[in-house]
Design a protein around this ligand. Structure first.
Ligand SMILES: [Zn+2]
Ligand SMILES: [Zn+2]
Length: 237
């Protein structure tokens, strides 16, 4: 039996040689589990502040955004321009390589350390997928990110309250900003709005691009009396 297992492993290594998913160089034994080489991981720059969701400028304190009409702060771990994080998110989300959380977890924790903000009073809400999309993908990537934040900050996760009631196209399928906004409009609903009243909310998603998804979620949370809202994402475009 053991021989067959060994043979299986050798066969696997030939079929799927351990190369970095970004730069394709051969991985060392230590790097093998991570699926990304050390050099690529090191190229990911972790932010240390909040950002304005509109102009994407840094926001020095938790209290103020430069664009007053925007009702939330953006908290991105890193920049989506970096191809390494782009590839990690792509493989995680679409190829379902959940083991990539080994890399993603320390990135999130480093950012939270850099922020040095007490987020314990926040309720963490992962942006939900529509039930059809969830069925198709089998998991919600935002919930994985939320779990890491919750473990680090001790803030509680609330799933099931915010619901996606409209099946929307993926961001990549919608051609322009106008279409994205239209596409996403009124796609969320709250099961129990009372739970949100006067609470600080940490919304969680993987990527912040046009911001149309977050803006739509913020809208319904604000309508239900949410206090402070922070949009936490792995990467901002
Ligand atoms: Zn690499
Ligand atoms: Zn601004």
């Amino acid at each position: 039996m053991e021989f067959i297992y060994k043979l299986k492993n050798i066969f696997f290594d030939i079929l799927f040689p351990s190369i970095c998913l970004n730069c394709k160089i051969n991985l060392t034994i230590d790097e093998k589990n991570k699926k990304v080489c050390e050099k690529c991981i090191d190229s990911i720059i972790i932010y240390s502040s909040f950002f304005c969701p509109k102009c994407k400028n840094r926001v020095p304190t938790q209290e103020k955004t430069c664009h007053k009409e925007i009702k939330f702060l953006l908290a991105p771990v890193t920049d989506y321009q970096n191809p390494v994080i782009k590839n990690i998110i792509r493989f995680f989300k679409y190829k379902k390589w959940k083991s990539l959380m080994v890399i993603i977890t320390p990135l999130i924790n480093n950012y939270l350390d850099n922020l040095s903000q007490d987020l314990k009073s926040f309720i963490i809400i992962p942006i939900p997928l529509h039930k059809d999309r969830f069925k198709e993908r089998g998991f919600n990537q935002s919930e994985y990110i939320a779990k890491v934040i919750s473990e680090k900050t001790k803030a509680e996760i609330n799933t099931g309250n915010l619901k996606r009631i409209k099946a929307t196209k993926t961001q990549a399928d919608s051609k322009n900003l106008e279409e994205r906004v239209k596409n996403i409009k009124n796609c969320f609903a709250l099961e129990n709005p009372e739970e949100i009243k006067n609470k600080n909310i940490l919304l969680v998603d993987d990527v912040f691009t046009s911001g149309s998804t977050m803006t739509e979620a913020v809208k319904i949370l604000k309508q239900s009396g949410a206090k402070k809202i922070i949009a936490f994402v792995l990467a901002k475009a």
